[in-house]
Design a protein around this ligand. Structure first.
Ligand SMILES: *[C@@H]1O[C@H](CO)[C@@H](O)[C@H](O)[C@H]1NC(C)=O
Ligand SMILES: *[C@@H]1O[C@H](CO)[C@@H](O)[C@H](O)[C@H]1NC(C)=O
Ligand SMILES: *[C@@H]1O[C@H](CO)[C@@H](O)[C@H](O)[C@H]1NC(C)=O
Ligand SMILES: *[C@@H]1O[C@H](CO)[C@@H](O)[C@H](O)[C@H]1NC(C)=O
Ligand SMILES: *[C@@H]1O[C@H](CO)[C@@H](O)[C@H](O)[C@H]1NC(C)=O
Ligand SMILES: *[C@@H]1O[C@H](CO)[C@@H](O)[C@H](O)[C@H]1NC(C)=O
Ligand SMILES: *[C@@H]1O[C@H](CO)[C@@H](O)[C@H](O)[C@H]1NC(C)=O
Ligand SMILES: *[C@@H]1O[C@H](CO)[C@@H](O)[C@H](O)[C@H]1NC(C)=O
Ligand SMILES: *[C@@H]1O[C@H](CO)[C@@H](O)[C@H](O)[C@H]1NC(C)=O
Ligand SMILES: *[C@@H]1O[C@H](CO)[C@@H](O)[C@H](O)[C@H]1NC(C)=O
Ligand SMILES: *[C@@H]1O[C@H](CO)[C@@H](O)[C@H](O)[C@H]1NC(C)=O
Ligand SMILES: *[C@@H]1O[C@H](CO)[C@@H](O)[C@H](O)[C@H]1NC(C)=O
Length: 542
């Protein structure tokens, strides 16, 4: 969920090299890099139904039209009879998922099983929009049940061009195994629940299977595992800021905004969001955060730690350390320790993203207070994702409600801030007080289960409290989950198992163990398939 790293392009820069001719002719996947893996894929179109539920009043007026849903596939490891891995695209473009086939989890599973990997782009993302614009009328088919019905319909009907046994690859002729990370992980799990008997197995990684309106727990892993001098300093600065807000000390608040170089940003919540960008959210952020940390250096973005190093600098220049006491007169003489380093970072890294000071208080930069902006119906990732947030998913990043819980985000940011965007963007097409959470919760929430459905999560993931291993899910069980089809990776972030480096044995221990566990899960499911589909063998056993 950029839910959702709004900015994280975790694509891997593959060195381009002369294609290996042998692979090209025998495998037909296009150019190959010097690591032996494809550098690009041919994009195919599938005629997908816009409306899978002609009898449901939810989608009136109905349509029989189809749209062109994009997909790519990789048969570099495929041997006829092998399983089909369907990587669920989620809230981003097809291309930004290629690394999963090239070097990531699908490569790992294909290599282990002679399987074939497919990425299916999510409806209303990338090049898979059913309509040319995104009015609320046109967005009405962007729902979880329609999206997972796409997966099922695709698995039943796709014909993979140039693959030798293309006619015999559909579910249920072959075992189809889904994989998704984040929102796509939840869709993977929900697909397995609704289409049991059609789809054979699935791995849901960092999947928010449970949803809430307000999600202050987003900041919990940062609070728990971030450098404590950094988080404590920010907590104290936020407490002081919030006390000024409570006192309506407009003069002091103006000084605080000026210190961050954001003096012209009028809405206090926009200011709170902007200075929280190095930490993340709500919904959007332009720089890399905790969520974009990664176990492999080449995929990692350690901006969060550089930010913290500024906040905790023990030898800052005089002009920076002086800032810490600038507002002390408003807080009983207490210094705002770390404010100088915090503000300096924001001034150097965040504020310059705005092309001109005149634009700071507009939606071109850091303001969100602009109904016209949200009313624009141009197709975009942001609009599609906001629609899903407002109608079904919720999980608005917000500060804790109470004053006694330390917060990294000013308490001026509550659910009404995000809800305003929903109402501006979609009017009365969305519920005025937040989404109807039943659309998600109906699949089982923390009790979700289906045959051969596995859950893998990261203990330090900002979304983990909504996932299978969230602490509310396990509170009644000594904080433990049991069973072979679940794994919580210690020290890991948001679907870290998606990434691979073409050498499992060189991975850090717990990532390696996770990948080995995923291979064993899939192998055991394939064994079950063989046992239940091989009539000779069944007879032998009898
Ligand atoms: C990748 O392939 C697509 C067609 O499937 C093509 O449009 C695109 O230009 C290619 N990209 C690169 C970088 O070669
Ligand atoms: C819709 O209802 C009709 C009439 O009851 C039924 O024949 C049809 O199978 C239903 N279609 C779906 C997709 O459920
Ligand atoms: C879709 O096609 C079915 C079968 O031809 C027809 O009964 C139905 O009225 C059509 N629906 C729409 C919205 O055109
Ligand atoms: C979308 O735009 C294309 C190109 O302008 C046009 O051919 C097509 O009919 C439009 N589709 C819809 C559903 O309006
Ligand atoms: C598909 O499977 C059937 C048996 O299930 C077989 O007769 C047929 O030859 C297969 N087709 C291809 C293209 O492999
Ligand atoms: C806060 O102070 C400003 C001016 O100092 C005033 O206009 C405004 O009404 C005050 N707001 C509240 C909620 O008291
Ligand atoms: C502050 O952040 C900048 C930008 O990321 C970084 O280059 C610098 O090293 C950091 N300063 C300290 C004192 O760590
Ligand atoms: C704080 O208040 C004292 C006494 O009124 C004054 O001398 C000092 O200049 C003030 N400091 C700042 C930073 O405003
Ligand atoms: C509001 O949004 C509209 C449409 O994007 C844009 O043209 C306008 O400049 C924005 N105004 C402000 C103050 O952000
Ligand atoms: C929420 O959605 C469920 C179906 O998922 C429906 O039964 C229920 O009536 C809805 N609740 C509200 C308040 O609309
Ligand atoms: C966890 O449970 C507490 C107590 O019921 C509740 O306040 C909180 O919102 C829950 N968090 C999540 C993410 O469900
Ligand atoms: C593929 O799997 C084999 C074991 O089956 C392993 O030895 C090899 O390292 C794997 N290669 C890659 C590139 O994943």
């Amino acid at each position: 969920m950029k839910l959702l790293a709004t900015v994280a392009a975790t694509g891997i820069a593959l060195a381009s090299a002369a294609p290996t001719l042998e692979l090209l002719t025998s495998r037909q996947v296009g150019p190959v890099g010097d690591n032996g893996r494809p550098t690009n894929y041919t994009v195919y179109s599938f005629d997908q139904l816009i409306d899978h539920f002609p009898n449901s009043s939810r989608y009136e007026p109905h349509t029989n039209a189809t749209f062109s849903q994009k997909y790519v596939f990789d048969n570099t490891y495929y041997k006829p009879g092998g399983p089909i891995f369907l990587y669920i695209g989620g809230e981003t473009s097809l291309e930004s998922r290629y690394s999963n086939l090239q070097t990531g989890i699908i490569q790992i599973l294909m290599n282990a099983t002679n399987g074939l990997g497919i990425i299916l782009e999510n409806r209303y993302y990338g090049q898979s929009y059913p309509y040319n614009t995104s009015t609320t009328e046109e967005l009405r088919f962007l729902t979880t049940e329609q999206t997972i019905a796409d997966n099922a319909y695709f698995a039943q009907h796709v014909k993979l061009e140039g693959v030798s046994d293309a006619a015999n690859l559909t579910a249920t002729q072959r075992p189809w195994i889904l994989y998704g990370g984040s929102l796509a992980g939840a869709q993977t799990a929900f697909s397995l629940v609704d289409y049991e008997g059609l789809l054979w197995g699935g791995i849901a990684s960092s999947a928010p299977v449970h949803v809430v309106h307000a999600y202050p727990e987003w900041y919990l892993p940062i609070q728990k595992f971030g450098p404590s001098d950094c988080t404590t300093r920010i907590n104290n600065i936020i407490d002081k800021m919030d006390s000024l807000v409570k006192q309506n000390n407009t003069e002091a608040i103006q000084q605080l905004k000026d210190i961050f170089g954001l003096g012209t940003l009028s809405d206090i919540r926009d200011f709170a969001m902007t200075i929280a960008f190095p930490l993340g959210g709500p919904m959007n952020y332009p720089t890399y955060t905790w969520q974009e940390l990664n176990w492999y250096p080449a995929y990692d973005h350690r901006d969060f730690f550089e930010f913290c190093n500024n906040v905790t600098d023990q030898n800052p220049p005089e002009n920076i350390s002086a800032v810490d006491t600038m507002l002390a007169n408003y807080t009983n003489g207490q210094a705002w320790t770390g404010l100088g380093g915090y503000a300096d970072y924001v001034k150097n890294v965040v504020v310059p993203m705005c092309p001109s000071e005149d634009l700071i208080d507009t939606t071109k930069c850091f303001s969100t207070q602009n109904q016209t902006f949200y009313e624009e119906t141009t197709n975009s990732v942001a609009r599609s994702y906001l629609y899903t947030t407002c109608t079904e998913q919720g999980a608005y990043q917000a500060a804790p409600y109470d004053e006694n819980t330390p917060s990294l985000l000013s308490r001026v940011v509550q659910v009404d801030y995000t809800q305003q965007w929903c109402t501006w963007a979609f009017g009365d097409a969305v519920p005025p007080n937040g989404p109807n959470l039943t659309w998600y919760e109906q699949y089982g929430s923390f009790n979700i289960s289906a045959p051969r459905l596995a859950f893998i999560d990261g203990a330090q993931d900002v979304w983990n409290e909504l996932c299978y291993h969230g602490s509310n899910a396990t509170a009644a069980h000594n904080n433990l989950r049991y069973g072979e089809n679940q794994l919580l990776i210690t020290g890991a972030g948001h679907h870290w198992d998606s990434n691979g480096i073409l050498n499992i044995s060189a991975e850090p221990d717990f990532i390696r163990a996770a990948h080995e566990w995923e291979i064993r899960r899939v192998n055991s499911w394939l064994q079950e398939w063989d046992e239940s589909h091989d009539s000779t063998k069944l007879k032998d056993e009898l």
